[in-house]
Design a protein around this ligand. Sequence first.
Ligand code: ZN
Length: 204
Amino acid sequence: MNSPRAALEAAQHHPDYDDVSSLPNVTVDLRYGTKHNLLHKDVYGGFQRALLHREAAAKFRIASRLLGERHPDFRFVVYDALRPQAAQIEFYQLVRGTPREHYFADPSKGSIHSFGFAIDLGLLANGRGEVDMGTHFDELDELSEPQKENEMLVSGRLRQEQLDNRLLLRRVMQEAGFLQLPHEWWHYDALPPAEVRARYKRLD
Ligand SMILES: [Zn+2]
């Protein structure tokens, strides 16, 4: 199996994948290509291009256009996109036997990121940096879960303004055809996971 970086570089030149890094309102900050992530390890060897399967990329271009039309003061910041299976295995080895183990997809099943159909992203406000979503990317806490937002709002852990920021992102992504799963505000799938696993090939 290739290293994660070699797999990503091969995907960059493969017709199944598109690079969405250069859209006018997109900033790429792939955290697994830096040490700024919950594993404190640069798993992608510095790779900083956001790749998606071309069908997911087509939807993301729509999202980019919608954001530009409705919220020209905001940009997307992409934290993760296509993630090779080699990286998924490395993540799992780093967390196996620790309390974080259950947050990571079992590598034998694989992640929708490894098919190029998932994207992790937040928002940047022009001149004001990262938009406050209540937690940071990859903060493994119930406060990150869309399914608990009402509960978190009532208990005061999530503020209305933070929820409004999540909803701004969510409306744009959902209108472009993405699905928000219940556990992470930053994670969107371009198709239902079962369909992705049945119809497409995983990047090793
Ligand atoms: Zn994700």
